[in-house]
Design a protein around this ligand. Sequence first.
Ligand code: NDP
Length: 488
Amino acid sequence: MATFNSHYPVTGEVLASYEITERDEVNLAVDLARDASHAWVAMGFAGRRKVLLRWSKLLMQRVDEITELIAKETGKPISDAKLEASLAAGHLAWAARHAESVMRTSHRSPGALMANMSATVERSPVGVVGVIGPWNYPIFTPMGSISYALAAGNTVVFKPSEFTPGVGKLLAETFAEVAPSSRIFSCVTGLGETGKYLCESGVNKLAFTGSTRTAKVVAATCAASMTPVVLECGGKDPVIVAADADIKRAADATVWSSMSNAGQTCIGAERVYVDAKVAEEFKAEVLAVAKKIHSGAPGQGNYGPATMPSQIKVIQSHIDDAIARGGKALLGGSNSVHAPFVEPVVLADVPEDSLAITDETFGPTIVINTVADMDEAILLSNASKYGLGASVWSRRKGKKIASQLQCGMVAINSTISFAAIATVPFGGVKDSGYGRIHGPEGILEFTYPRTVIRARFQLPIVFTSFKRTAGSDKLIVNLTKWLNGRLG
Ligand code: NDP
């Protein structure tokens, strides 16, 4: 059996060894999940709710063990890992409690021509869902798909990132403790190839979180078998600061949003567009906050190292490119990068075609660019190929600005908070992906609609028959004209 190792990113020390799951075993896991789905569906909403709530409770009972493992595999502070695990357990409980009402059969109007029909739309689970997860939030992010897919009545096979396989295994182990069968939710560890096998395994839907580059490969692989996909990819989230913003709060939240978790947050702030009238004040506040934070091992820093070693090169290249093109380094710079850590970097006046503006940096850096007015801020925010999240700081114009942004989620006078609200959907547009997790939309994403109509009584005129007469043709045309006139 081929294996790979997980590492502690602070020192590179080997933590554990995991199986590289080959194609046959991935297919077997999917087959077993398919077998298990009959029993899982048969348990009904109440039965599934019980299991999933028990799982949520167990995750919180073992939160110390889970967070220690997350901190080991990612290098992030224990308190961040605890927040992540708690939010994941909260989403799981919400999905468990609300799947029934969200998936309730809906009754639709049959229209005047079909007045003798009852028209209903049922929601069915898709079957087996494959989930491919990232390493930056190894429990919160994949659970956004896993929880909602399971609550909808699907079984799930999960392929965690090669950087966080232990968290994936622990999720499957804890589920097995509370579930009637471990086949309902299982974990296959491995490298990118194992993820590819999962895409090709015949799962009924594939939920992916990670880079846009890999998302396109995943979507292309899944297209060969018409497997639908949900893609949660990267972002280049803008922060818009208006002249009437609470500058202190905006600066504090922006530094946290861009630098917590070492900047490895898909919905983290990456670029700021601040009104020229308050730009100097805002920059001064950002610097005051950013100067007080530093990277370090769990227990020693405000945030940890780059979890994925190769990310360091990306961060370095974005900083160097921004400065080479005339951007100003207000705090730190090229020498802030000392692998595996990166100290806070604040850049200003960076040209809009620089890598630090166009591409996802995924490091503890922030670019602050000054704009003449909010129209320019909106224009530049929307100029990105990404469209995941955004944050707007304004006392009076927040809603108006937010309504003009091309992205999946906007926080007004707040940051990132939409991820913690279980009732709202999470996802992006453009290169940030498509499909939604979280909220009712997240449950429906893992279902398909089935239309069921029933003839309540038979009409004297039959439309769906070779016996249809010229008289009934005339009636249809006249009735449609009359209805159009009446409704128009
Ligand atoms: P990837 O997109 O390459 O990896 C995400 C997941 O996809 C991992 O589980 C990975 O497995 C798996 N995978 C890799 N190749 C394939 C394939 N051909 N078919 C199916 N699955 C595959 O992200 P990286 O970890 O390499 O990070 C690269 C960049 O992505 C980061 O710099 C960051 O910008 C962005 N990113 C965005 C995230 C987000 O939350 N939106 C999360 C993580 C990264 P394995 O890990 O074993 O290779």
